[in-house]
Design a protein around this ligand. Structure first.
Ligand code: PLP
Length: 432
């Protein structure tokens, strides 16, 4: 036997021995299982509590699941499509990037709203923003490439980056404003940085990145591209693009920086999270745009998504102009109800300009606070689930009746927490 063969045999024996008693789960999968989403866990807990106490006795602010039904335009489109379209085409396979006429219509919608000049070719229909992010990261990441995110952030980013062997680099945001700390961004950028993910309006803080912030990010990234001689992709994750209050709008990001890709989702704007529909936009000015789009379409196929749901593609193309004001008004009402009540009770919250989350400081240790809330049948997500310890996230996309009905429970929580503090004479705030 040659030395090389002995080596291979030994390696196989070693591998077989290692596997004894190890079960079927891969080593790569185990860390994901250990860090399984606290948000999902809380959601499950909510369902259990609803069975035990009754749905009206539980105030579940854990999950970003819209309570406002999808606009009538969605139902009308589905009914019309089912009764008039050729079912073989409607339910059939299609190009992996999606129906060309759907992509064209969505591009035209963007051009009308933002003065851009996209064509349908620039868009790839995806299974929600989650799929858009995954296929994009699959297309660009080599092992140990770095992706920057700003804390606090949507925790799935960590898993998505690690799915493709990437390394997540966290950059803090400014205290109080929760806008990116640009000097910290400058320090964390390196020749290994492949992408920076931003999310505005933001989950979990509700902050909107204004023009100055976007210009600042663009300046820092352009400087880094020059200094390192690399391309850095800015990924704008935008499931909450239209959910803005008090006349605010979220500036459209692509005009600010040449290498920008947008991951959009209809989960929140059209209240369709279970239908899994969104798109990935890669404008022509992105470096190697055509090759990158091609890579993403292939990534879509080989990841097993294949294509976005066909009926939903055609539905959103028809419903993209729908009036979203009933949803925005409903969330706005909750935003005010809860912000006013909670600050009145002595809590400190960021007044959100967009999305449907309140980011609230916990007056006692965060886990203890979450447990106290749970005892009062209020479910919130600990801030550490977003790498923002010392806070909790309150998803106020519940019905206005539910938000109002929760106020007596919040009063009880405040009484318990602040009287405990009074007794112990200590307040534990976050050390961000
Ligand atoms: N990005 C952020 C910031 C989110 O909050 C969510 C969902 O809550 C997603 C992406 C995933 O959205 P989708 O349902 O479109 O996959």
């Amino acid at each position: 036997m040659k030395l090389k063969d002995i080596y291979v045999t030994n390696k196989n024996i070693l591998r077989n021995n290692d596997r004894q008693g190890a079960g079927l789960i891969s080593e790569r999968m185990r860390p994901f299982m250990e860090n399984n989403s606290a948000i999902r866990a809380m959601f499950e807990e909510g369902l259990r509590m609803q069975r035990e106490y009754g749905a009206d006795q539980v105030f579940d602010f854990s999950l970003g699941n819209p309570s406002v039904p999808a606009p009538e335009a969605v139902k009308d489109a589905i009914m019309r499509l089912l009764s008039t379209e050729d079912p073989v085409v409607l339910h059939g396979y299609m190009p992996n990037a999606g129906f060309p006429e759907v992509r064209q219509r969505l591009a035209e919608n963007l051009n009308r709203r933002y003065g851009t000049a996209f064509s349908g070719e620039d868009l790839i229909m995806t299974v929600g923003a989650a799929c858009g992010l995954n296929i994009l990261l699959k297309a660009i990441l080599d092992p140990n490439d770095e992706v920057i995110v700003f804390t606090p952030y949507f925790m799935e980013y960590g898993a998505y980056v690690r799915n493709y062997g990437g390394i997540l680099r966290e950059v803090r945001t400014e205290a109080e404003t929760f806008l990116p700390d640009l000097s910290e961004l400058e320090k964390k950028l390196s020749e290994r940085t492949k992408a920076v993910i931003i999310n505005s309006p933001n989950n979990p803080t509700g902050v909107i990145y204004g023009e100055e912030t976007l210009k600042g990010i663009a300046r820092v990234l352009s400087q880094a591209e020059k200094a390192f001689g690399t391309e850095i992709l800015l990924i704008s994750d935008e499931p909450y693009r239209e959910l803005c209050y008090d006349g605010h709008t979220a500036p459209f990001v692509t005009p600010f920086y040449h290498n920008t890709a947008v991951c959009y989702s209809f989960s929140k704007s059209l209240s369709l999270p279970g239908e899994r529909i969104g798109y990935l936009l890669i404008p022509g000015e992105v470096s190697g745009a055509e090759e990158l789009r091609n890579a993403c379409v292939i990534a879509n196929r080989i990841s097993g998504f294949v294509n976005a749901p066909s009926l939903m593609q055609k539905t959103v193309a028809e419903a993209v102009e729908a009036d979203l004001s009933p949803a925005v008004e409903s969330y706005d009402e909750n935003r005010r109800t809860l912000y006013e009540a909670l600050t009145e009770l002595g809590f400190t919250c960021v007044f959100p300009a967009g999305a449907f989350y309140l980011w609230m400081k916990t007056p006692v240790e965060e886990r203890q606070f979450v447990e106290i809330c749970k005892r009062h049948r209020v479910l919130v997500v600990p801030g550490s689930s977003f790498k923002g310890s010392g806070y909790v996230r309150i998803a106020y996309c519940v019905s206005p009746e539910k938000a109002r009905a929760s106020l007596s429970a919040w009063r009880e929580i405040a009484r318990e927490v602040f009287s405990t503090l009074h007794r112990e004479k200590k307040v534990v705030y976050s050390t961000r």
